[in-house]
Ligand binder design. Structure first.
Ligand code: NAG
Ligand code: NAG
Ligand code: NAG
Ligand code: NAG
Ligand code: NAG
Ligand code: NAG
Ligand code: NAG
Ligand code: NAG
Ligand code: NAG
Ligand code: NAG
Length: 575
């Protein structure tokens, strides 16, 4: 099984009191979404994350089922009239990874400093679009089934308490979503309707922000979510067109962006081996015997490749789940085990004792303060509950291809602008595998395109793109898994070009012009070398510098700076 870490939450509150639990909000407004879906929401006060005066923000829940409450947090576009701006949804992966990661670590309106104070992110994606962040499927992040008082066992399972009093023996007392498997999804396909309903709810309650085109942006396990959810949206649109879905809203899907996606395990498990042999940071991870072992674990008879083929063929839950565990333990995790390097950014180390401090996790504590919980109308704590991950693990969804590549081909065929981008220092969903996936999408004329530099307003080359018409594959240099954190300038400009239907390389050409394609090299050959690679664990108090592409030097870094804010609640695999 994939590992989920629910680690060392600093217990700040005293035991035997009820202060550790969330007081249910009493000030939510109600509205009706499309399909008459109930929506409960509030306007988030200025200063909670969005600091730009006059830019409105709303958060709340779409009640998609009796016991499925889907959390959203919406931000108006900062520039221009938000009523004329496109609407973009952002979801993180996991499965079970909260979109609060994307919001606070990547492309949301704010970041948090070590003292828990928000500061504005000038490269927020709501500079150019209305943005909605959704926690899905239910029981991810702030989305909940039933809100219960509980605590967690050492193994991470949630135990319900009879009342909101934290007994002395209990660890991590908090308000949790009751871990009910029937009230979440256990596969990508099963999660699609819930996501669609959440959008129907929001769009009906906030029609003023849903007047223009719709874009879908996601990451990591979003390599599954993005293609499948959007094919579902397209199918629903067709049903609406044929008068089969009364009260539902046509979603005008124009753009799909997927960062460091996990699409096809057969390709991408193999890509761990290829990446370890040859990467552009001049890192040789293993000696020959480990390298041989990894190859054997991948391709030896009955090993990862064979097991995954078997999963693809027979689709049996147990076979897929077992294959995924095997591939994870014997292929993917070899890096962690023998090098201690961070799967999300190979330039740095990450171990239990010394986790990679980037991107910072200060937002987890912020989201667990009464002030912020009240401001956003949360019903549950922000915790590392693993219900969703466990549910998906049981079907082995991570080891399935799920039709993701075919769905992408279809989206392209249906006129959706599809952009796959990859931070090239990421290992877990690395660009070596991504490049092979992109070829398999087989977009018209893509095989005749070549790599060109991407130009941005800062005149620094942050990556290359290979594009034909409205399909693009971008490699981003000096970036770990979460591209908007490591490379905010190109992330925002790429996003804006995508929304405008312009080419990723320059932003000057319409991708709808017939015959547009990039003319360049067959391979993307730029090498960073080891200039930004760290050979010591980074001090936990360090800050990341997006100009030098490495940590700022720590002046007299001490252990005291370290302990302070390492409250890693949740570290799902494909976040
Ligand atoms: C984003 O929008 C804000 C508010 O208009 C502006 O201050 C900031 O400069 C913009 N950022 C970029 C990168 O253009
Ligand atoms: C809450 O539950 C505990 C058992 O965990 C019990 O001892 C206590 O009396 C209950 N408190 C209230 C106010 O019901
Ligand atoms: C890995 O490298 C081998 C040998 O060059 C190649 O045949 C294969 O397609 C590569 N696979 C991936 C996923 O990069
Ligand atoms: C290769 O590395 C492994 C793990 O670090 C070590 O146990 C083994 O002795 C090394 N083998 C050789 C031949 O150096
Ligand atoms: C849960 O939220 C409450 C209320 O804001 C807070 O006091 C408590 O520390 C939170 N619990 C955790 C584990 O973060
Ligand atoms: C997945 O969910 C479906 C629908 O709730 C259920 O029928 C099925 O048994 C679940 N699969 C596993 C492996 O738990
Ligand atoms: C592309 O960018 C690289 C730096 O990454 C530069 O050396 C090269 O000259 C650029 N190529 C073109 C055609 O501008
Ligand atoms: C970094 O790369 C250079 C050039 O490839 C090499 O000489 C040097 O040994 C490398 N440094 C480390 C610490 O591996
Ligand atoms: C990043 O590094 C550059 C070059 O060393 C320096 O001028 C700049 O102040 C640093 N930025 C931050 C935010 O520390
Ligand atoms: C850093 O440590 C050195 C040596 O202990 C000391 O002389 C210096 O004053 C310290 N600097 C700061 C900024 O604390």
């Amino acid at each position: 099984m994939r590992s989920y870490f629910l680690s060392g939450i600093a217990i700040l509150a005293t035991k035997g009191v009820s202060a550790q639990f969330v007081s249910p909000p009493t000030d939510l407004k109600t509205a009706k979404g499309y399909l008459d879906l109930p929506v409960r929401y509030k306007q988030v006060p200025e200063g909670i994350c969005e600091l730009t005066p006059g830019v409105k923000s709303y958060s709340g829940y779409v009640d998609i089922e009796q016991d499925q409450h889907s959390f959203f947090w919406f931000f108006e576009a900062r520039n221009g009239n938000p009523k004329d701006a496109p609407l973009t949804v952002w979801i993180n992966g996991g499965p079970g990874s909260s979109s609060m990661l994307g919001l606070f670590q990547e492309n949301g309106p704010c970041r948090l400093d070590a003292d828990g104070n928000p500061y504005s992110n000038p490269y927020a994606w709501n500079n150019v679009s209305n943005m909605i962040f959704i926690d899905q499927p239910t029981q991810t992040g702030f989305s909940y089934s039933k809100a219960i008082s509980g605590y967690t066992t050492a193994a991470g399972s949630i135990v319900q308490l009879p009342n909101a009093t934290c007994p002395d023996y209990a660890e991590n007392c908090a308000t949790y979503s009751a871990p009910i498997f029937a009230d979440t999804a256990n596969s990508t396909a099963a999660a699609a309707p819930a996501m669609w309903k959440t959008l129907q709810g929001f769009m009906g309650a906030f029609p003023q922000y849903s007047r223009k085109e719709f874009a879908f942006a996601t990451e990591s396990f979003g390599g599954h979510y993005g293609p499948i959810f959007n094919e579902y949206i397209k199918t629903q649109n067709e049903k609406i067109r044929h008068g089969e879905l009364h009260g539902a809203h046509h979603i005008d899907l124009k753009t799909v962006l997927i960062g460091n996606g996990w699409y096809d395990p057969l390709i991408q498990y193999a890509a761990f081996y290829n990446f370890s042999l040859e990467n552009t940071y001049d890192l040789k991870f293993f000696n020959d015997s480990i390298q041989t072992m990894m190859y054997q674990n991948m391709y030896g008879t009955g090993n990862c490749y064979d097991q995954t083929v078997n999963c693809y063929k027979n689709g049996i839950d147990d076979a897929c789940a077992a294959a995924d565990s095997f591939c994870y333990d014997t292929v993917e995790a070899v890096l962690d085990r023998y090098t201690g390097r961070d799967e999300y950014d190979i330039r740095e180390f990450s171990t239990d004792a010394n986790p990679d401090p980037f991107p910072p996790t200060f937002f987890e504590a912020y989201l667990n303060t009464p002030k912020v919980q009240q401001a956003i109308g949360a019903f549950v704590n922000f915790t590392g509950a693993t219900t969703v991950g466990t549910a998906f693990a049981a079907t082995g969804d991570d080891d399935r291809e799920d039709g993701t590549i075919e769905a992408l081909s279809k989206l392209v065929e249906q006129g959706v602008y599809v952009i796959m981008y990859f931070g090239d220092a990421d290992y877990i969903c690395n660009w070596i595998g991504g490049e092979v996936v992109a070829e398999k999408v087989n977009a018209p004329d893509y095989c005749n395109a070549g790599y060109v530099n991407i130009t941005t307003s800062d005149d620094i080359v942050h990556g290359q793109v290979k594009q034909a018409g409205h399909f693009a594959f971008a490699r981003i240099y000096e970036s770990g898994h979460e591209v908007p954190f490591y490379q905010p300038v190109i992330a925002l400009e790429m996003f804006e070009r995508a929304l405008q239907g312009r080419d990723i390389a320059t932003g000057k050409h319409s991708v709808w012009r017939s015959g547009y394609k990039t003319v360049g090299s067959v391979k993307s050959t730029y090498r960073e070398g080891n200039g930004t690679v760290q050979f010591e664990p980074v001090d936990a108090s360090a800050t990341y510098n997006t100009t030098t592409n490495q940590p700022n030097p720590v002046v007299n870094g001490t252990a005291s700076g370290q302990e302070k804010k390492r409250e890693v609640l949740f570290r799902p695999n494909r976040k």
